[in-house]
Structure formats: C-alpha cells, structure tokens
Design a protein around this ligand. Structure first.
Ligand code: ADP
Ligand code: MG
Length: 258
C-alpha cells in the first residue's frame, strides 16, 4: 500500500482536482479518501477509474478517523485529499502519529500567498515524508514561477525548491470542467473508447453513414461520435503532458534556468 497525500492549507489550489483527475493514473490508485466535516457526495459518479470515500471528522478527531480507517490493511494505493486550512496540517500529524508512510503532493497556484502556504506544509512535514511540488492552474510556467518565487535576476530564489523531491506541472485547462459536466474524470475521458483504434472506429462510423438511409440523422450521429473522439484526444494529450512533466527537482531547475 502506498499513500499519497494532497495537502495545502489554502483552498482552491487544486487538491481535489489533482486527487481525482491526475494522480489516479500517475500513481495507480483508484481509492480517493476525502477528509471533510461536511457530507460531500461524490461528483464523479460516472467514473469507472476512481472510487471516492468521505472520511467524516465532525464527531471525532482526524487522528482517530485515520486510525479507525485502518489504511495499512488495504492493499491498493490510496490518495488522501486533505481539506483546506488546519485540516491539511492535522492530517499530516495524524499520519505521522499512526506511523504511516506517505508521499506528500503540495499544489501551489501563482498567487501572492503561495509562499506562506507552502511553508506551513514544508515545516510540518519536515524530513519525515518526501514532498512533490505541484505547479497547479498556471498558464506560463516560467512567468508564474518567478511571480511566486521572486525576481528572475535573483538566482537565490531557486533555494525555495530545495525541500521538494519532484515537480509536477498541472496547467490550467477547461478539460476538468468538461469531465465534471459528465460526472467523470479526465482519465475516464482519456479512455472513453478503451483499446479501440481511433482510425478503425472512424472507418466503422463512416461505413455506418454510407449504409444509412436517413443521411441527416446518420450525419448527426457521426458528428456526435467525432466530438467524443476529440474529447478523448484532448484528455489523452493533456494527461500525457502532465505525466511527462513529472521530473526530479534537479531536472526542473535546469528547465527553469534555460
Ligand atoms: N489545472 C486546472 N485547470 C482548470 N481549472 C482548475 C485546475 N485546477 C483546479 N481547477 C478548478 O479550480 C477550482 C478549485 O480547485 P479544487 O481542486 O477544488 O481546489 P481545492 O481542493 O484545493 O480546494 C475548481 O473549480 C477546479 O475545477
Ligand atoms: Mg478540495
């Protein structure tokens, strides 16, 4: 069992997005545990890739909830989506207390508070767990990077990367909204047609059209299928780029310096 924790005290940085859409395919996990006081129902009901569970903590401490969940007894990989605010820190404390091993994924968005929020997690984790820094919801990596870490004339700003083992880049993209509209994940979209060869499928659909008597309806159907194919292409391309961006901090520094 490998545990992956999404942690960041700031809300809206992409913890849930990365937990549900990105990390399952990257880490081979299908179980997403969301730590929450509210009863948040799963919005990915059509997904065949992930299963979401909410660990309610209103009547007990996070520490107790983690112990009772007996995560060690599960043999699959698990993603924990820690809530924002203090919950993100409490989950780290709880995992440490339970002596559970984990990898921490720490998303930051290009905003003025990014550094402060980053430090909360870095200090709490210390040297206990490896931390992967996730550049989340950015558009131009270099510009956004310098916005967060300071002027590009200061080479010292690279010191901020020292605590991080690896870097992942999750650029801003409306593919997440498209997935959500279908109550599913980007990984599901990327595999809509499974192993079927897109070229073969297109030929099949063209044949269906050629043999149809009602050409108007057949054309409509063909266009619909093509649109779904484009969606699959888009999701595959995006997910592929995100996966390819996963690199050691050392390699990332070379990119940012070039
Ligand atoms: N890379 C991205 N591209 C586009 N929208 C994103 C991206 N990451 C997050 N979002 C959007 O930003 C909002 C907040 O993200 P969310 O994952 O819920 O943050 P958190 O769980 O940290 O509070 C959501 O509406 C989500 O769809
Ligand atoms: Mg969230």
């Amino acid at each position: 069992m490998m545990l992956h924790l999404l942690s960041q005290t700031k809300g809206g940085v992409g913890k849930s997005t990365i937990s549900n859409h990105i990390l399952p395919s990257l880490t081979g996990s299908s179980l997403i545990i969301e730590i929450d006081n509210n009863n948040v129902s799963s919005i990915y009901s059509s997904s065949s890739k992930i299963r979401g569970v909410t660990l309610k903590t209103d009547k007990k401490s996070i520490e107790q909830a983690i112990v009772e969940a007996e995560l060690n007894s599960l043999d699959s990989n698990i993603i924990i989506d820690a809530g924002g605010g203090d919950d993100s820190l409490k989950v780290i404390e709880a995992l440490m207390a339970a002596k559970l091993e984990c990898t921490v994924w720490l998303p930051i968005t290009p905003d003025a508070e990014a550094l402060t929020n980053l430090q909360h997690i870095v200090q709490k984790v210390g040297k206990t767990y490896p931390i992967n820094l996730v550049f989340s919801r950015f558009s131009k990596l270099k510009e956004d990077y310098y916005f967060i870490f300071g002027d590009e004339t200061q080479s010292a700003n690279l010191q901020f990367l020292a605590p991080f083992a690896n870097i992942l880049q999750v650029p801003i993209k409306n593919i997440f909204s498209k997935a959500k509209q279908r109550a599913t994940t980007v990984w599901d979209l990327a595999t809509i047609f499974g192993d079927k060869d897109p070229q073969m499928l297109k030929k099949e659909w063209q044949n269906e059209y050629a043999n149809a008597t009602d050409k108007v309806a057949a054309k409509e159907l063909y266009m619909q299928k093509r649109a779904v194919m484009w969606l699959q292409d888009e999701a595959q391309e995006y997910l592929g780029a995100v996966k390819n961006s996963f690199q050691s901090t050392k390699d990332f520094i070379k990119t940012i310096q070039s």
